[in-house]
Design a protein. Sequence first.
Length: 101
Amino acid sequence: DAAPAGVEKEYVATCAVADAADAALRSPATAAAFLENRLAAGVATALGTHVADVLDVASNTADGDSAFDVRLVVREGKHRMVRRMLANVGAPVMRLRRERF
């Protein structure tokens, strides 16, 4: 396998759980696997289908009972891509911080 093209950009997104979200997002124990699978497979957005590698998912009770932090890596940087991807899988972003690029 060749490495995907593009420069890796790492983000930490603090997410809520949307009311209509998949039940797997409601538990930290299952949220990581759900997000890893969905983002690695590609998420359709208004700007096309995008993929990301999930590095870590952690509970974030400081931002609400159902909030969690997602650390992920993308290889392209379309406008608001990370926010769109996470919202489309039921985890709208409350705060987004780029860690490295």
